[in-house]
Design a protein around this ligand. Sequence first.
Ligand code: AVJ
Length: 322
Amino acid sequence: MIAIDVHLDADAAATMARDVRAGLCAYPKELAPKYFYDDRGSRLFERITELPEYYPTRAERAILDQRSAEILDAAGAPGTLVELGSGSAAKTRHLLSAMRDAGSLETYVPVDISEEITQRTANELVDEYPGLSVRGLVCDFEQHLERIPDGDGRRMIAFLGGTIGNLYPRQRHAFLERIAALLGSGDHLLLGTDLIKDRTRLESAYNDSAGVTADFNKNVLAVLNNQLGADFDLEAFEHVARYDAEAERMDIRLRSLCDQDVRLDGLDLEIAFVAGEEMRTEISTKFTRERLESVYAGAGLELRGWFTDPADDYALSLSRVV
Ligand code: AVJ
């Protein structure tokens, strides 16, 4: 009932070293958001999802809670749910339950970077959904998308949480093309995206009054300290999050509070920051239905369903190969 394949990259550490070196030597400096998520970073992100200012997680959960049956129906009652970045599958249970209630549920394919969480979630789900078979994949799905097993029946690939917003347009295009290549006729992609809204609400979602997002942002420096032997002083940087209306995305950075030199022993590298210098750590793109339609079209996909929360803050969209 449970089969889990592990494809963890032996050279994940080398990839990180290469990435970080390139990002710190570039001008302006930049770090990739995937490095936020060590244990502490993942816990801080969990806390972000519970903040009063951070609406996306609640909005997405509300859509899944209220409209899963409708979504599954629009997707043609798939028997297989593939989920990218499945984690603890908290929101997924709404979809699995709707599939069970419709009598279509056969297989769940969680794809996640954490073997421990994937195993635990798989165990829980086979108990909760009698007869369910779980075929998990432990990997960095940006690198190993093609290893996702193709099932017998109709599939829905879900990428929830709005993580696609972290990708730059080119990366996003490449990623969606690879997903499109995995979709057979009759298969669908279910994608979670945050929507454009007024600047005040967007900016306060990333500048919470409790300072959790600031701690989350600075945690990437702690990750570099731990994993690359760096000596970043977390107190010497401040969190900056602004909405870039032209690029339609949140632009999240760390600003150096003084002139300082940072040493990364693991890279044998020393980097200078000047006072006020900003290093980008994340973008979080916001969408409209029209924008997403054209993004899909560029990747050979067409929008087939659009599901938002009552406030129109967030969307789950269903698409399929043209
Ligand atoms: C997990 C990428 C969807 O972009 O809103 C939250 C990450 N960063 N607060 C987002 C995040 C700062 C989040 N995603």
